[in-house]
Design a protein around this ligand. Structure first.
Ligand code: NAD
Length: 498
């Protein structure tokens, strides 16, 4: 694509980062060079840390936890740091969005919106830090009083994927900090820049040293070592279900660390005949194309009432053809580049499988030549059955598989016919249908006549093989706490030895 059509230019040279540990930058390691997926130009250089670096970072996080420089503060003091971080993020919003685009390939306008959401995460986390509390039991009789304390779990390992590097980070970090925990973060090796920039933001906001540490490197080395680490009390992992499974084994084989898992999805969007079909089609086009479909909550299975299926698919295909796919640095772009070559190949191979399995291609169906970078046209397949791989597997790309149904029971059964349970949506003007379907479909996030709506006040997480636990909001803070029951005898002891 002609560079003159973009409103932002590429960096003159790749930006070089160190890794962040115990309140400072560290370097002198072998480097990994990341090329912008939208342009094929080197944009960042990131250290390949060693397992010894990871051990040192975990030790720093342990010291910072034990010295109580963070856990010992009041909720109000922790909230003060989180609110200052929100202000700094507001100041550095465009810069962070720019580096997110360069490493990930998402459109610049979308990236800025994501940073706004991240600022909100810090503000909600600040409120949650002040409101975090335990419980008491006044029901144990006059001589016994019970208190339930919430205490921070301790040192948290945080492993994040490449699709929303900063957003997924910020849907966790403020809540981990609100709880009083310290942490070691391992971002995806291809999108580490903004996780490192957050270290500067938190330091400027007044976070004590050693509370937030970032160790960069591959999943197989640093990620695996973090999951196996005997001095990590809890691990929050966001990524594929396959790696999630190995994380569970690693936790069991090391110290039984507590786990939070946010994994894959194959999310249904159910459209009833009485829905506003124009609205639903716009929601479906957005749900599958947002972030090039590289989104854990992408609505990738369309389940549409057979009475309107053909009409709905025609409206949807027309809308999908109009989506502006192109240079992520162009302000007008709606869908950017595919983030990695491997993911590009995976998506194209599923499009080929869909054609071979007999699904009917209604729009898209291949790569788009933009002169450089990897781009795929938003794709819609009709007549998909649960037996087809495009109907079952998480593709993690802009490929929508359409099924049809005759009864509400059939729609619910199709929606639940998956090993995943991350998100779902239903489109109908009938309140009974909307409520019944919301209650019967097994998914952690549900949208009625909307898609991907919400804020960091609401919990997120999955049913079934989409994960364990919840992130964000007060539920998210509680996830990073342990509950302790304290029993207080208020009377004279009833002696055991008579
Ligand atoms: P991935 O599982 O390959 O990698 C995720 C992270 O784990 C990366 O930081 C990676 O370096 C690390 N990793 C890789 N191997 C590891 C190992 N053996 N031990 C420890 N860490 C290891 O996933 P990805 O390709 O980066 O992301 C795509 C997947 O993530 C999709 O399946 C998607 O659904 C899922 N995802 C889920 C959510 C959610 O909230 N549920 C959000 C985003 C992405």
């Amino acid at each position: 694509m002609d560079k003159r059509t973009t409103s932002h230019s590429l960096p003159e040279a790749p930006r070089e980062f160190g890794f962040w540990m115990d309140g400072g930058w560290h370097g002198g390691r072998e480097m990994f060079e990341r090329a912008s997926p939208g342009h094929g130009v080197a944009v960042t250089r990131i250290p390949k840390c060693t397992v010894a670096d990871l051990d040192a970072a975990v030790a720093a996080a342990r010291r910072a936890f034990e010295d109580r420089s963070w856990a010992g503060l009041s909720g109000a003091e922790r909230a003060g740091v989180l609110l200052r971080a929100a202000d700094i993020l507001r100041r550095r919003r465009d810069e962070i969005a720019y580096w997110e685009v360069l490493e990930n390939g998402k459109p610049i306008a979308q990236a800025r919106g994501e940073i706004d959401h991240c600022i909100a995460c810090f503000e909600v986390g600040a409120g949650a830090a002040r409101l975090l509390h335990g419980d008491s039991f006044n029901s144990l009789g006059d001589s016994l009083f019970g208190m339930v304390l919430r205490e921070p779990v301790g040192v948290v390992g945080l492993i994040t994927p490449w699709n929303f590097p900063f957003l997924i980070l910020c849907e966790r970090v403020p809540f981990i900090l609100a709880s009083g925990c310290t942490m070691v973060v391992k971002p995806s090796e291809v999108t580490s820049a903004t996780t490192l920039i957050l270290a500067e933001v938190l330091a400027e906001a007044g976070l004590p040293k050693g509370v937030y540490n970032v160790v960069t490197g591959s999943g197989r080395t640093i990620g695996q070592a973090l999951t196996e680490h005997p001095d990590v009390d809890m691990l929050s992992f966001t990524g594929s279900t396959a790696v999630g499974r190995s994380v569970v084994h690693a936790a069991a084989d090391s110290n039984f660390k507590k786990l939070g898992l946010e994994l894959g999805g194959k999310n249904p969007i159910i459209v009833f005949a009485d829905a506003d079909l124009e609205d639903a089609a716009d929601g479906a086009a957005f749900g599958i194309s947002f972030n090039t479909g590289q989104c854990c909550v992408s609505s990738s299975r369309l389940i549409v009432d057979h009475r309107v299926a053909a009409e709905f698919e025609a409206i949807l295909a027309e809308k999908m053809k109009k989506i502006v796919v192109g240079d992520p640095l162009d302000e007008n772009t709606q869908v950017g580049a595919i983030t990695t070559d491997a993911q590009n190949e995976t998506i194209l191979s599923y499009i080929a499988k869909g054609k071979a399995e007999g699904a009917k291609l209604l729009t898209g169906g291949g790569a788009l030549d933009q002169g450089r970078g990897s781009y795929i046209a938003p794709t819609l397949f009709s007549g998909v059955t649960p037996a087809m791989s495009i109907g079952r597997d998480e593709i993690f790309g802009p490929v929508l598989s359409s099924f049809s149904f005759s009864t509400t029971e059939e729609a619910i059964a199709l929606a639940n016919d998956t090993v995943y349970g991350l998100a779902a949506s239903v489109w109908t003007k009938n309140i009974d249908t909307a409520l019944n379907v919301s209650r019967r479909v097994r998914a952690g996030r549900f949208w009625v006549n909307c898609i991907m709506a919400g804020g960091p006040e609401m919990p997120l997480g999955g049913f079934k093989q989409s994960g364990w636990g919840r992130e964000a909001g007060t539920y998210g803070v509680e996830e990073y706490t342990q509950v302790k029951s304290v029993h207080i005898d208020t009377g004279k002891r009833n002696h055991w030895i008579k």
